[in-house]
Design a protein around this ligand. Sequence first.
Ligand code: SF4
Ligand code: SF4
Length: 133
Amino acid sequence: MRPCGDCKACCEGHLAAIVHGTRMGPNPCAFLCGKCIIYDIRPQLCKNYQCLWSQDILSEENRPDKTGLLVSVENLKGWQYLKIIKTKEYYSQSGLSEIMRFARENSTSYVIINCDLAIEIYGPEEFAKIYNK
Ligand code: SF4
Ligand code: SF4
């Protein structure tokens, strides 16, 4: 696993979660003030979360705060897929290409969620049906 460095993309409200009783998403986590101010007592949820980049799968230069692309590995009714969130209006096209290449090489379905919440789904029809339910 890679250390996150200065990245805070998963704390900025792009993911929905309850953190110590406070809702995150669409607003940033209430405990994010430049950095996590409760890092030592952050919930298990935060300790467990690993984006695709922090799993050492994507190139070093494609860290989420640099590309504007936050990628989570998700499970939906037995389907493992990538949830790709465009966190910025301008995102890295080469970063997206690397993610899509990884998905293709691993036959993994993926969804792309834009800032405006428009969703693009890539994968077998069966996955699209389950995702849209
Ligand atoms: S988005 Fe990934 S790299 Fe960035 S802080 Fe979260 S886990 Fe770390
Ligand atoms: S508690 Fe800390 S690590 Fe967890 S989402 Fe909030 S700022 Fe991020």
